[in-house]
Design a protein around this ligand. Structure first.
Ligand code: MG
Length: 301
């Protein structure tokens, strides 16, 4: 299922994508079909609940009975990030594609060694915006604004010391994140948190795609375009540390919780890697596309 959080009639709702470019408001569907209101208020709480998704599936199976009280044309909603307010910081992998590790370390004048262990940092929860929302360029603090196309995992089940062979069982689904970065702050402050955590620096969406929709292991084409020009083009099978390794490493001492978001790293072709660099500027359109997950599109303001 393709899940979304959206604004409709001035209210924040959630649901799943249906045929004919429409979206089902599941809370309203439940009220109409079952005369019940058991579903929680947000998609994050749906993920945390171990039973709410059963209701989604039941409603999905009743497609022939659906009516337009809760089936809304997509063009009438404003999509938000699927999890607009995560509970914990977004966990991110750094330098997790070979060619990007080389371009980054070269541009930053650092040693070109590939990471022996996953590089992990976080982005503040307050960075999250949805598709079509504006990335603020923060010109008072950065002149090196950059994009990073990334596959993001959303955890669906609590776990500690998760084994590689069981890692996929802990995944609720996948979405797209643009790990927007201020390269000058990243360099100046040594730790990456500040350069990665300015407001609007985590465009996310457009959908949260449930794990069962995507074949294991995850091999998806990933691309980033700026004003239509292809800057990044790769496949998630080229991750240095793959998804099971990431989940095993993180959960060895940190309990992962439903709703945790893990951005898996970006391939070659960030603005910093070009000679001269191609940093983002006001008015640029950035599109991140991942096969089967959709297109995340934002304009820099
Ligand atoms: Mg990144």
């Amino acid at each position: 299922m393709y899940l979304a959080t959206f604004l409709h009639d001035g209210r924040l709702k959630y649901g799943f994508k249906a045929k004919g470019d429409s979206i089902v408001d599941v809370v309203e569907a439940e009220r109409v079909i079952y005369s019940q209101s058991t579903l929680p208020a947000t998609l994050l709480e749906v993920i945390e609940s171990q039973t709410a998704m059963d209701r989604f599936r039941e409603i999905n199976e009743k497609e022939t009975e659906w009516d337009d009280r809760y089936v809304i044309p997509l063009k009438e909603v404003i999509l938000q990030a699927p999890i607009p307010t995560p509970k914990r910081d977004i966990i991110c992998l750094g330098l997790n594609y070979r060619e990007h590790a080389l371009e980054y370390t070269t541009a930053m004048e650092e040693a070109n060694d590939l990471p022996k262990y996953p590089i992990v940092f976080t982005k503040a929860t307050t960075t999250v915006i949805g598709t079509e929302q504006k990335i603020y360029s923060h010109p008072h603090v950065t002149s090196k604004l950059d994009y990073e196309a990334e596959l993001a995992i959303v955890i669906g089940k609590e776990g500690t010391n998760i084994k590689e062979e069981e890692a996929y069982d802990y995944i609720f689904g996948y979405t797209i994140i643009n790990d927007v970065s201020a390269r000058d702050l990243q360099k100046q402050h040594s730790q990456w948190f500040l350069g990665k955590s300015l407001d609007t620096f985590a465009p996310m969406g457009p959908f949260l795609v449930t794990e069962d929709e995507i074949d294991r292991p995850v091999k998806l084409d990933i691309q980033c375009r700026v004003n239509g020009e292809v800057r990044q083009s790769s496949n998630t099978e080229l991750l240095i540390f793959d998804i099971p390794t990431i989940i095993k490493t993180l959960s060895a001492g940190i309990t992962l919780k439903p709703g945790d978001i893990i951005a898996t790293g970006t391939p070659k072709g960030v603005g910093l890697g070009f000679e001269p660099p191609k940093f983002l500027k006001e008015g640029d359109t950035v599109e991140v596309e991942i096969e089967k997950l959709g297109v995340l599109r934002n304009i820099v303001s």
